[in-house]
Design a protein around this ligand. Sequence first.
Ligand SMILES: Nc1ncnc2c1ncn2[C@@H]1O[C@H](COP(=O)(O)OP(=O)(O)OP(=O)(O)O)[C@@H](O)[C@H]1O
Ligand SMILES: [Mg+2]
Length: 313
Amino acid sequence: MREISVKAEKLQKKFGDFTAVDSVSFEVEKGEIYGFLGANGAGKTTTIRMLCGLLQPTSGDAMVAGFSIKKDPDEVKKRLGYMSQKFSLYPLLTVRENIEFYAGIYGLTDAVIKARIPEVCTQVELEKLEDKITGDMPGGLKQRVALACAIAHKPAIVFLDEPTAGVDPILRRRFWEIIGALSDNGTTVFVTTHYMDEVEHCNRISLMHSGRIIKEGTIPEIKKAAFEKPILEIQTDTPVKAYDALNKVKEFNGDVSIHGALIHLITGMETAGAKALMEKALAAGGVEFTHPEEVEPTMDDVFVKLVKNYEAK
Ligand SMILES: Nc1ncnc2c1ncn2[C@@H]1O[C@H](COP(=O)(O)OP(=O)(O)OP(=O)(O)O)[C@@H](O)[C@H]1O
Ligand SMILES: [Mg+2]
């Protein structure tokens, strides 16, 4: 049977006249990794803070771990772990002392904490680093300490607000492996990110824009909703020239974008016809290019397209 960990219903937050979160509704299943994506200021942190019982909604409600964030924020808080966007560890304390401190806040007894520390350090791959001073550790490892602090009391749900921000790609990948293991063990993970490539690690995602959820679903579902039509790609040393040449072709109905040395062209035409026309237009514009082929949309493409569609409405 489907077990729901988080159910938000028309959750809204206003700061004065400004609506930061505008009537969002969604469900997260137990054990899922649910990704919240959106540009700066989209309303991700505000949503998380409401779900964690730290900020009262202006209207609407959410059930988190079986409790209403409006009526029982304290019951909610006990059942979750929260790694905030600007998490604060005590830099002069060791890894062990930081975890002890946070686990203490959650009411774990000294004996339980003592037994739990080696376990949680293994979980976040910080074995043998328990006695290191946190302030001396590189950013990617500090992030793991913050995660250890958020999960030491074995919460049913963890909220991670941009847990991989500023971390190098290799450590980011490792971090996602750790998150994957948490979810495999039945912990529900609610996570926000700016890195579009990271959505591949999520079971389902929500795209947030200006306080609203503009699309929700699995990645294939979202890609399909954004692009029914194929995307053609070329590689070129003169992307701006290629961009101009392709934008001149009326039949394409102008959806051309530059991604470094790559150009993406989306048309309403079928692939073979569009490809022939594209090659002709580039040749006419004197553009040299290689690798003309149909490609899968990246999440960046998807996000830009869905925001465009949303704003056109
Ligand atoms: N306490 C507050 N008072 C007034 N406005 C606020 C407050 N907190 C957030 N906001 C505004 O609400 C909007 C949403 O902010 P929020 O922090 O939720 O966005 P976000 O999606 O987490 O962005 P980021 O990716 O930068 O973390 C922003 O315009 C922000 O300036
Ligand atoms: Mg934020």
